[in-house]
Design a protein around this ligand. Sequence first.
Ligand code: ZN
Length: 287
Amino acid sequence: MRFDELKLNEAVVKRLSAAVNGGRLSHAVILEGGSAEDRYSAAMTLANALVCSGEGVKPCGKCGDCIKCGAESHPDVFVVKGDNEQKSYPVDLIRTVRNDAYIMPNEAEHKVYVLMNADLMSEYAQNALLKILEEPPEYVRFILTCGSKAPLLSTVISRATVFLLGAEEASGDDELTVKAKDIADRLAEGILAPGELAVMQVISELEKDKALFSACLPELRRILCDALAIKKGGRPYNETLIESRLGSHVSAEKLIKMLNDIQDISDSMKRNANYNLQLTRLGMKLR
Ligand SMILES: [Zn+2]
């Protein structure tokens, strides 16, 4: 199935296709929300795009890899499902994935693990997965699907780019989102600027706008995730983009640290923590 055949909202389909076709997809992706069928079809299309060997926009639907994906028999695409009945995800299953991931792909450029219903994983299973999410072999890609990422550890979420398949992303270009994207861009610019003035200036604009602050955090995480993906060998989509510049000037270690910090601040906001405190914290963490 090609991206344009997916019955999902257009904005998220475009983002998915642009990320994978621009070589900017991070090594782990979380597909959140939508129906179980939405998540499955999006995950399989994404996996297909990652192993497609055709020319032009991937998946091409015509090459040998695409045909095998269509028949759900590609030797480098693995679908792991967890036990929906038992509401569990055996940790042994994760260990098997981990061991298998170190074996080179059979045919394709990538080896793709689709972990369906990742929200069923226990903390124990997630920690087992984390070992490989942190430093996967370069050919490995993980696609996690979940109704909600709330049960996932923040350390797992921070290693991945999250795509919302549900209705939330459909309203992607309302006024708040446009403003939040602008703020996130300027904060990211501030990370690269000498001194702390640039970041603090943006932070001060957020002092009276809690909703804008909460909305800019996922945008900022997306920028940093993309920067990290570029750093880890994805092709820069466009050298003038902030993501590319962050990827070339900020260390992976610092990017991961900032991703974890922002996730933490996001979680605190959801728990109604003191707003000004979180705002100040963000300013400090981006230095
Ligand atoms: Zn193909």
